[in-house]
Structure formats: C-alpha cells, structure tokens
Design a protein around this ligand. Structure first.
Ligand code: PMV
Length: 311
C-alpha cells in the first residue's frame, strides 16, 4: 500500500429528489467550490484509524456511529485488496455540512473509494466507483437511487435515471442559484421511508405526485436547453408544491423559500431529502445580493452563491 488520495464534490439536486427513487428522472449538479478530499497513508503498526469532522478514532469504533456505512465500505475495500489487516490512517477533509442535503455521505464514499484505489495503485472505472459508493449509501438509508454518488463524482451537471448511466446536461448561461442551509439536519432515511409508507398506504393520492415531479423534471430539461430560467424557476415552485404534498418540506424550509420568493427569486424549493437541510432559489444575477442578505437575516446558517455564467 502507498499513500492514496481521492476527491469529490458537494451535490445539489435541482429537481427530482424522492421521485428519482421511483425511476423518474432528476437533474443535479456538482458544486466544485464545495469539495471533499480523502488521504490514506499506510501505518506500519497495523492500526486502522480515521480523522474527520464527523468521526475520529479506530475504524472498529466507527461501527456504532454515523460513520458505520463508511467503516463497512472500508472493511470491504480492504478485503477486496486482500489487505484485511493493513494498517492505515485516513484523513477526510470536507467543506460540506453533513446531513444538509448536499450529499456529504455519498461524497465521502466517493473520495474514500478513490483514495483506496489510488493507494493500491489500481485503476477504477466510473461504474465500479458507483457500485462501491452504493455499499455505504445502502447502509445509510436502505434504498438510495444512486443520484448522490453519481453527482458527487461528476465533473458536469447530470441527468439521472435510476439504473441507467448518468448523462451530462447543459446548465443555464445566466442567473444564479442560491443555496441556503436551514441549520437543521435533514433526515434522509426518515424522509425516504415516510414517502415509501405514504405511497403504500394511499397510492391514489401520492402516485400522481411522483409522476408530476417526473413531468416537471422533463419540462425543466427543455427550459434548460432554451436557457429559460424564468420557466425553470416556475418549475422549481411546482416541484416544491409536490414535495410539500409528499410531506418532506418543513417550516424552516418553507420560511426560507418564502423569503427568497418575496425578494425576487423566480422559484425556490428544498433540495435533497428535505425535513431540514438546504433550500435552493433561482434568480437573475443582479438579485443575488438582495436575496442572500434576506436569507441571512432570516437566520439561514449559511448561503452559497452558484453563478451559472462563471461556470
Ligand atoms: O438528502 P440527500 O442529500 O442524501 O438526498 C437524498 C435524495 C433522495 O432522492 C431523497 C434519495 C435518493 O436516494 O435519491
């Protein structure tokens, strides 16, 4: 084993979360200014240790924490490389807030897999990378669509349908996407489970919402191709109405969404699993400062600006 490194990015789902679990399309983009890196170094004394913002200690101790999925992934990687007892120290450095719908767990998995493949000097295909990332994502919330890992490992925005190869998709050439953190942890497992339960209990009521999200995403692809951010903003609002009816919004998300709209955004919605986490708003570039100021005044824990024309 040599020293190995791996990188990944935060992901933002523009449209299609939750419905993507049921094979409707989704559109997501990697946010390269918010990155995560993993570095693994061999440790001659055989100890297997980790330093990160969410877990620090022996790999074995990680089994009982929110690092459990990644700990399992690392053990399987070591078995794969025939190095079960190899000592190592893994350092994860991340600018992503965890549990905020920015794909922190998938980004961690992607960077860790890349670092171990690099350390064992083995080439890694994109398909294999996504299969490995699914190991910890499954442990974390049971039924992942694969969208998070696909986007955290991508260089370009993605059109994603579960079970199919992700495709790159054009983004607008103008306007700004504001990403605001409610400061409240999102609850991916609970939210995905709640939607599954509602679909089971009352399919007549909830199935059409999933279908409508899929249709919204298809229309958004057209708006993107036409560089029409006003229509795209309206589609954000329609998607948010469906997500809210599915029961995955929250009072904090609704408050920030309303603040963005009141301050001139074309549209705003939750991003990721919801029930906390982040919201996104789409606006003309010259509205960015006013909306960011208003979101901060409304107690958003953090606001990021993603200017499309500079990408
Ligand atoms: O909360 P996040 O960032 O893990 O996003 C989850 C996205 C869902 O569509 C709700 C679930 C999935 O696996 O796609």
């Amino acid at each position: 084993m040599e020293i190995g490194t791996g990188k990944s990015y935060a992901k933002i789902i523009l449209l299609g979360e939750h419905a993507v679990v049921y094979r409707e399309p989704a559109i997501a983009l990697p946010v390269k200014s918010v990155g995560l890196s993993a570095r693994v170094t061999p440790q001659p004394d055989g100890r297997q240790t980790v330093t990160s913002s969410f877990f620090t200690g022996n790999l074995n101790a990680g089994q009982l924490t929110n690092f459990a999925g990644i700990a399992m992934l690392i053990r399987r990687l070591l078995i794969f490389f025939n190095a079960k007892n190899q000592g190592f120290h893994l350092t994860i450095t991340s600018a992503l807030p965890s549990e905020r719908g920015m794909g922190s767990s998938a980004a961690t998995a992607v960077a860790v897999v890349r670092a171990f493949y690099d350390a064992f000097q083995t080439s890694l295909s994109h398909d294999t990378l996504l299969n490995w990332a699914a190991v910890s994502e499954k442990a974390l919330h049971g039924n992942p669509s694969g969208l998070d890992a696909a986007t955290a490992s991508a260089e370009r925005p993605q059109w994603f349908v579960r079970g199919k190869a992700p495709r790159s998709i054009m983004m607008p050439r103008n306007g700004v996407l504001l990403i605001a953190d409610t400061g409240v942890a999102g609850q991916t497992k609970i939210a995905v489970g709640a939607v599954a339960e509602r679909l089971k209990q009352d399919p007549k009521m909830y199935r059409p919402l999933i279908k409508d999200i899929g249709n919204t995403v298809r229309q958004a692809a057209l708006a993107l191709a036409q560089d029409d951010i006003i229509t795209l903003g309206q589609l954000f609002n329609r998607d948010q109405a469906d997500l809210s009816a599915l029961g995955v919004s929250s009072p904090d998300l609704d408050r920030l969404i309303n603040v963005a709209i009141d301050n001139g955004a074309y549209g705003a919605k939750l991003t990721g699993s919801g029930m906390g986490g982040c919201m996104i708003a789409l606006a003309a570039s010259d509205q960015a400062v006013a909306i960011t100021t208003a979101l901060k005044a409304a107690n958003s824990a953090k606001v990021w600006e993603y200017h499309f024309e500079s990408k």
